[in-house]
Design a protein around this ligand. Structure first.
Ligand code: ATP
Ligand code: MG
Length: 423
């Protein structure tokens, strides 16, 4: 079984709107065990619609279209399907009644134009639309099945779940349940992580494991299939356990959780207060922490000390240090971390100072050179990052913030549970 998604709408091909329907439908079909192998996107043109549907029928067993079911001149999906199937359009009494009563419920008169939405290629079945006027279509052409859904995303989703999936299950094609989990790691590169996971990412393995990277966070995506959700979850569990054990140090969370969420969890677990002093990240770390509800108990605050004077005024950095080593130096990073820890009476002071570029780099201190400082009751340490002069400013900032927060995470992970425990 192979499926193809055909997204219809001039606004999509010309770039005015993003085709999110194809993405959603592909995930929805994958989740019921139907692999989508092709996407086609085209505008509101009859000939091109006919062509695209014919082409899809030649290479896929199931075709799902979105869009072009509206009442206006440019809504041509019904017509195109009739041409492809070589049948006339006929009025469906049930659909006409549903459309008329939709208008009646809203106390509107039904425009004559909406009658066309009740037309079906002969032999097609209407898919009721309880949230809009356009019914969908379901039609078998030879061994193939074609389902047409509206373009309006929320209508399409409801009709997919309520109308399409049950029919696919009846046909016996959507007999599996596929569950997906994403485990996020930070601190090593994609290839380094993959080289430690070759037994997991080998093709044809069940559950299937893939690796993706986003903003230096490396994610394992695990897909497992089963006859039911429970069965799929059970098939997935051993693989998740292997990943969690093997990559425990690097794991920052699941789903959308990334380094900041992992830091928050460690702050909460250990009852630690963190304060930040940022130069080249301009408050990014503070923003990422304050995005998390509940962080106020562990984050008294942070300062953005961009100019040297601010570092001296707010963090009591010794002007001598700035004069001898420069603002981007291990010594200044250390002084900033110590300063903010004291000023805000925190357990940990975290600092970042670096050259974010694109200008301002020198041979000795190139763009992408960043120093981090971390001060605790035991003293202060610093780290040097070389993010690379070729990286854009935003990447240097985001990478610096992530590495800085990750350092806090690793520091806290090494500490015993300091919170009082309820048994
Ligand atoms: P119908 O919903 O009646 O089938 P239609 O899809 O042709 O008609 P449009 O006016 O083209 O109606 O689209 C309705 C809305 O749905 C628009 O906001 C459009 O941008 C959005 N839309 C259509 N196709 C997609 C798609 N593939 N992805 C995301 N949004 C879409
Ligand atoms: Mg359209």
């Amino acid at each position: 079984m192979k499926a193809e998604i055909v997204a219809i709408g001039t606004e999509i091909v010309n770039g005015q709107a993003l085709d999110t329907n194809s993405q959603w439908l592909s995930r929805g079909l994958a989740a019921v065990g139907v692999p989508v192998r092709f996407h086609a996107t085209l505008g509101d043109d009859l000939d091109e619609n006919v062509q695209a549907i014919r082409f899809a029928l030649g290479r896929a067993d199931l075709i799902v279209t979105s869009g072009g079911l509206g009442p206006t001149q440019d809504d041509l999906t019904r017509e195109a399907l009739a041409v492809v199937a070589g049948v006339p359009l006929v009025e469906d009494a049930g659909s006409l009644e549903a459309i008329a009563s939709m208008f009646a419920r809203r106390n509107w008169t039904m425009p004559e134009r909406n009658r066309v939405q009740a037309l079906l290629p002969r032999g097609a079945e209407a898919l009721p639309n309880r949230v809009g006027t356009a019914p969908g279509l379901w039609m078998r052409i030879g061994e193939r099945v074609i389902a047409c859904l509206p373009g309006v995303p929320h209508e399409m989703k409801i009709m997919f779940d309520e109308q399409l999936v049950p029919r696919l299950r009846e046909l016996g094609v959507a007999s599996r349940v596929i569950v997906e989990r994403k485990i996020n790691l930070f601190g090593k590169g994609e290839s380094a992580i993959e080289s430690e996971a070759l037994d997991l990412t080998v093709r044809g393995r069940n559950p299937e494991v893939g690796i993706t990277a986003h903003d230096a966070t490396i994610s394992f995506r695990v897909f497992a299939a089963g006859a039911s959700r429970g069965e799929a979850e059970a098939a997935m569990a051993p693989t998740l356990a292997i990943i969690r054990e093997r990559f425990a140090e690097l794991m920052v969370g699941e789903g959308s959780d990334d380094v900041p969420e992992a830091v928050y969890a460690q702050l909460a677990r250990t009852g630690t207060k963190l304060a930040t002093a940022e130069s080249c990240t301009g408050g990014l770390i503070a923003q990422q922490l304050t995005r998390i509800p509940g962080v106020s108990a562990y984050f008294p605050g942070g300062v953005v000390t961009y100019a040297n004077e601010a570092k001296v005024e707010l963090l009591r950095v010794d002007p001598e240090l700035l004069a001898t080593h420069g603002a981007v130096s291990a010594d200044v990073a250390a002084a900033m971390a110590v300063g903010v820890r004291e000023r805000l009476k925190a357990d940990i002071g975290l600092s970042v100072t670096g050259v974010a570029g694109p200008t301002g780099g020198t041979a000795e201190k190139p763009v992408g050179l960043v120093f981090l400082g971390l001060a605790t009751e035991k003293g202060v340490s610093t780290r040097r990052l070389d993010i690379g002069p070729e990286q854009p400013r935003a990447v240097i900032q985001s990478r610096s913030a992530k590495h800085a927060l990750n350092w806090v995470r690793l520091t806290l992970m090494a500490r015993p549970d300091a919170l009082p425990r309820s048994s």
